[in-house]
Design a protein around this ligand. Structure first.
Ligand code: 0PR
Length: 439
């Protein structure tokens, strides 16, 4: 069998080549693969919480190919950058400057896992109190750590019911988790009440602000009602915040922030042969060029940049919301951030119909609804285009025609989209600049 086989129009290397490939051939193979991936800059992705990073942030990642904070003595420059990025995050989220600590990680999953790991080690607890709206990374974390999840129902607005949480907190509780921006609705749990509960019962409160962390502070600064969610609430012990979501940093960039640096001691293991004889992270070799990308993103944006980004995303969310209502799709709850969900009896059917036409949206089950995340790559043109497409589908297939079926792989959808030759939006309609050429 040949080492390379044509599959779906893209040459896939199936075996290590005997003879090295020339760079031109490698670049061509990579370009083919890249071309069949979806591109945020088309403005057609409304099902993702990530976006096109700023070009300077992307460029900065490439400038740090050897950085590895798993052995920080070899990259004191990167370690200093991490300290600066973490300090900016701690300051943004009102952490006490003398005791707080943080780390730049691969994303929300790693941060949530580490937070529950610390809480388990700190308290010796065996259970975790979670809202039913929690991201699945918390289910994974509980399972990996042998913690029993104690699920708390949410109210009609998708917010954790505090009474339910209070009933579930016991001596065995390792942590309560609250959300500042739920994955499906962008809902913020009543964190001030949860903070009081956590303090009165002496349990850690972890806030998953993976998405909301780069929205809520700036929403408040735009004059919208402030929503307490961070270390300004005295019961909050740790926070997940993902710069690769609304922070405009490249994938993968997450962060875990803690009120008290002692929590990091709880997970310490000896690493005697490295430049730092103790390791306080989950990973050994860490994706550390992300630190440079995150630094560049935060410095390029500044408070004003994030304010503008949030203002624009919220305005477009409002436009989308009105359009959805005009199509007869009632929204599930008033959007708190740039996420809106609209009820429909067959969201999977609609999602698939949109996918076939080159639009990515998400379907949620409870309540049955289509969910749209209006990220910085969305534009007026793309929002209006999506609404037009949706109107067409609803007109021709009132119940989205087909019965719900599994969504299938993105890759398959993307190549199908390619075959149908859907038109890309004109570049000038999309504000974010294109990435540096790949070849
Ligand atoms: N916490 C919350 C509240 C989240 O929404 C997510 C991810 C995580 C934690 C986990 O973060 P990482 O995925 O960085 O580990 N939320 C998105 C989701 O599952 C992630 C995503 C991003 C999905 C881009 C699709 C996509 O194209 O919907």
């Amino acid at each position: 069998m040949s080492a390379v086989r044509e599959r779906g129009g893209t040459s896939a290397a199936l075996r290590l080549p005997e003879v090295p490939w020339p760079p031109r051939r490698i670049r061509a193979a990579l370009r083919r693969a890249r071309r069949s991936d979806w591109d945020f800059r088309d403005g057609r992705i409304f099902g993702s919480m990530c976006t096109m990073p700023l070009p300077l942030a992307w460029e900065s990642v490439h400038a740090f190919p050897t950085a590895n904070l798993g052995n920080p003595g070899l990259c004191p420059g990167t370690a200093r950058l991490e300290e600066e990025v973490v300090a900016m995050l701690l300051d943004l989220f009102h952490a006490p400057p003398l005791t707080a600590q943080g780390q730049i990680l691969s994303g929300g999953t790693e941060a949530n896992l580490m937070a529950l790991w610390m809480a388990r080690e700190f308290t010796g607890g065996t259970e975790v109190v979670l809202p039913s709206s929690a991201h699945f990374s918390l289910t994974k974390a509980a399972r990996l750590l042998g913690l029993t999840p104690s699920w708390v129902p949410v109210d009609a607005h998708g917010r954790m019911q505090v009474q339910g949480a209070a009933r579930r907190v016991r001596r065995r509780t390792a942590a309560v988790v609250g959300l500042a921006g739920s994955t499906e609705l962008g809902a913020v749990d009543p964190l001030d009440e949860l903070s009081r509960l956590a303090l009165s019962r002496g349990v850690p409160l972890h806030v998953d602000a993976a998405f909301g962390g780069f929205v809520l502070p700036f929403r408040h600064e735009l004059g919208l009602p402030g929503i307490p969610f961070d270390f300004s609430l005295p019961g909050v012990t740790s926070m997940t915040v993902d710069p690769h979501k609304m922070g405009m940093a490249p994938i993968p960039t997450g962060s875990l922030l803690t009120r008290d640096r002692e929590l990091w001691r709880c997970i310490e293991v000896a690493s005697p042969y490295l430049t730092d004889p103790t390791s306080r992270s989950l990973l050994g070799t860490r994706p550390s060029s992300s630190v440079a990308g995150c630094f560049a993103a935060m410095m390029s944006m500044g408070r004003q940049g994030y304010q503008g980004m949030v203002r624009r995303a919220l305005a477009l969310t409002g436009r989308l919301r009105s359009g959805l209502e005009a199509l007869g799709l009632p929204i599930v709850t008033e959007p708190t951030m740039n996420i809106v969900a609209a009820r429909h009896p067959n969201p999977r059917g609609l999602q698939n119909a949109l996918l076939e036409r080159g639009w990515d949206v998400s379907a949620i089950r409870e309540p049955p609804a289509l969910r749209f995340v209006v990220m910085p790559h969305a534009t007026r043109v793309s929002v209006d285009g999506l609404l037009r497409e949706l109107a067409g589908i609803l007109r021709t297939h009132p119940s989205a025609a087909r019965s719900p079926r599994s969504r299938g792989s993105r890759g398959g959808a993307a190549s199908g989209r390619g075959r149908t030759g859907r038109a890309r939006l004109e570049p000038e309609e999309v504000r974010l600049p294109r990435a540096p050429p790949s070849g």
